[in-house]
Design a protein around this ligand. Structure first.
Ligand SMILES: NC(=O)c1ccc[n+]([C@@H]2O[C@H](COP(=O)([O-])OP(=O)(O)OC[C@H]3O[C@@H](n4cnc5c(N)ncnc54)[C@H](OP(=O)(O)O)[C@@H]3O)[C@@H](O)[C@H]2O)c1
Length: 268
């Protein structure tokens, strides 16, 4: 079994196993949805890897498997430096279905192993079946870790009741400075059990940066009024001033001024 080799300059966090993974990764939802941008998308992923963002998140669902194909092309020749995350669709997640879906993902990704394999979200198939499938994939070294996505506290508690369920490595959930609901329950629950949470849509699918733009003084941005200003930060002042104010005050609370950058806010 191969291991991730390259060190990254990006801050890292620890999986329950003790292995470190970068706190920022490259998402691939909506990639590979057309041929026209394909080469640009591959270049973007490769540039991210060059810059040390060596965690890539994809899913069999994205572009009906085409996103995995694209990731496979982007990581060709550098697989060992990538921490690869992909996901099984809930309606495939029986014991045998999970194994079959993983085999298909491996083919599309052109690799022998997946670093972290997630159940994309929960549906009717009993969790015990999925966990059995994950365990078999671990035993045969086709995946290194497994986890879940879009699980709330009650789903996690149920998972923990199942044999092997406490081996879950992460819960990937919606989380950003405008979507902080998980801080009330899921975050403390996972923290108590040493399970790292993986945030998706960290910039609210782009809506957040349409309001705020950090560390830049491009034409369409201007400095914030002094009372909201952090060193080196500018914000687009758009029609919704109250929204800007609300977002900015959240950023100030989350990111200490000395480290303020969009990446810092996302990963704080
Ligand atoms: N487990 C799940 O259920 C789940 C759900 C959602 C997402 N995810 C994962 O998490 C990843 C990230 O989440 P996400 O893609 O939903 O949202 P996100 O990372 O919050 O935002 C991505 C969007 O932001 C836009 N964007 C980036 N920089 C921008 C800028 N400076 N100004 C304006 N727009 C900008 C991008 O537009 P362009 O495309 O034009 O660059 C893209 O559409 C996904 O790619 C996927 O891997 C998982």
């Amino acid at each position: 079994m191969h291991r991730m080799k390259s060190a990254t300059a990006i801050r890292s966090t620890k999986l329950p196993s003790g292995e470190e993974v970068p706190v920022l990764g490259l998402g691939t939802w909506h990639l590979a949805e057309g041929r026209r941008r394909r080469q640009d998308e591959i270049k973007a992923l490769r540039l991210g890897l060059d810059l040390g963002m060596n965690l890539i998140d994809t899913a069999e669902m994205y572009a009906d498997g085409e996103a995995e194909e694209l990731v496979g092309e982007a990581i060709a020749g550098r697989r060992e430096s990538v921490f690869l995350v992909t996901k099984v669709l809930p309606h495939h997640a029986t014991r045998q279905g999970t194994i079959a879906a993983c085999e298909h993902s491996l083919k599309r990704l052109k690799t022998d192993w997946i670093d972290l394999y997630l159940l994309h979200w929960r549906e009717e198939i009993p969790l015990s079946e999925t966990v059995e499938g994950f365990q078999e994939l671990i035993d045969s070294e086709r995946i290194r870790y497994w986890g879940v996505s879009n699980f709330d506290v009650s789903d996690m508690a149920e998972l923990f009741e199942i044999e092997g369920g406490a081996n879950v490595t992460t819960d990937q959930v919606l989380y950003n400075i405008t979507r902080r609901g998980i801080e009330f329950d899921l975050v403390p629950w996972c923290r108590e059990r040493n399970i790292p949470i993986m945030a998706y849509s960290p910039i609210e699918q782009g809506r957040l940066v349409l309001h705020l733009s950090f560390g830049t003084s491009q034409n369409n941005t201007r400095p914030l009024p002094p009372k909201w200003r952090l060193p080196g930060c500018f914000a687009r002042m758009e029609s919704s001033r109250s929204r800007n104010r609300e977002l900015w005050s959240m950023c100030v609370k989350i990111a200490p001024p000395s480290t303020c950058s969009l990446a810092d806010v996302i990963s704080t």
